[in-house]
Design a protein around this ligand. Structure first.
Ligand code: HPA
Length: 275
């Protein structure tokens, strides 16, 4: 079966359940899944009930496709994502966002927890991603190209949509939230980086480092979907942090920004989705 057919089957299974057609998509990263509980009229569908949806295997990632509304905007959320380091195939990692696009979503905001590379930043800071470095040594676009998804050589000059970014800043200003912006380096993981790797990443122009987001962005841009990404800086990266890194800390810091993130994501959904 082709990847396109697999996505069609997931979409068909969702259509059978009479989901509302979403216009906006949100992918919820480590410790950030609570936003899905804010949706009105929410319909939560466990990935396990859908064909071809890979299952999340990391604590803090619930594994539900959630349909609902923020204001008048129909939204779909991936509550919990899968990562390359879990051993999933790169195509499986992007199956959820490809499904979103086929459901009609034209704009997606991806969230993640990330390590900060600027020693003047603090855990809990929020960063709008302006661009990325793909250091995962793979791409969901590797393999025969299916033109039904998009072109063989998609352009990545403006991978992170200007309008999506400016709306995040607009909402942050209204909400009284500070936002940073910078370049996200996507690494395979699952070990955190060594201090030498962090020094290398700083030389390369990265501001934050994490283990997700990049494959989804590549797949969504291939499909022509507008993309934004928001990193919760859960820790200073290795060598910059006074304490050893731990997933527990990452989740705790992300959770501590729960209310602000919900306000920001809700405001952003309304800003992009309401006419
Ligand atoms: N490195 C990689 N991924 C991460 C980090 C980090 O420091 N923090 C949260 N995700």
């Amino acid at each position: 079966m082709t990847l396109f057919d697999a996505v069609s089957q997931t979409v068909a299974a969702l259509e059978k359940r009479n989901i509302r057609r979403p216009r906006v998509g949100v992918v919820l990263g480590s410790g950030l899944g609570d936003f899905a509980n804010e949706l009105a009229h929410v319909d939560k569908i466990p990935y396990s009930e859908l064909p071809h949806m890979p299952l999340a295997r990391v604590p803090g990632h619930a594994g539900n496709l959630c349909f609902g509304q923020i204001g008048a905007v129909d939204v779909v959320c991936l509550q919990g994502r899968v990562h390359l380091y879990e051993g999933h195939d790169v195509h499986a990692v992007v199956h959820g966002v490809r499904t979103m696009a086929r459901l009609g979503v034209r704009v997606v905001l991806l969230t993640n927890a990330a390590g900060g590379l600027d020693p003047t930043w603090s855990p809990g800071d929020l960063m709008v991603v302006t661009d990325h470095l793909n250091l995962m040594a793979t791409s969901p676009l590797v393999g025969p190209n299916d033109e039904r998804f998009g072109p063989r050589f998609p352009d990545m000059t403006q991978a992170y949509d200007r309008d999506v970014r400016s709306k995040l800043f607009q909402v942050a200003k209204q909400t009284g939230l500070a936002l940073r912006e910078g370049v996200y380096a996507g690494l395979l993981g699952p070990s955190y980086e060594t201090p030498a790797e962090i020094r290398m990443l700083r030389v390369l122009g990265a501001d934050a480092v994490g283990m997700s987001t990049v494959p989804e962005v590549l797949a969504l841009r291939h499909l022509g979907v507008a993309v934004g990404a928001l990193s919760c800086i859960s820790n200073l990266a290795a060598g910059l942090s006074p304490t050893p890194l731990s997933h527990r800390e990452v989740e705790q810091v992300a959770r501590s920004r729960r209310a602000d993130l919900i306000a920001l994501l809700s405001g952003w959904v309304r800003a992009v989705g309401e006419p």
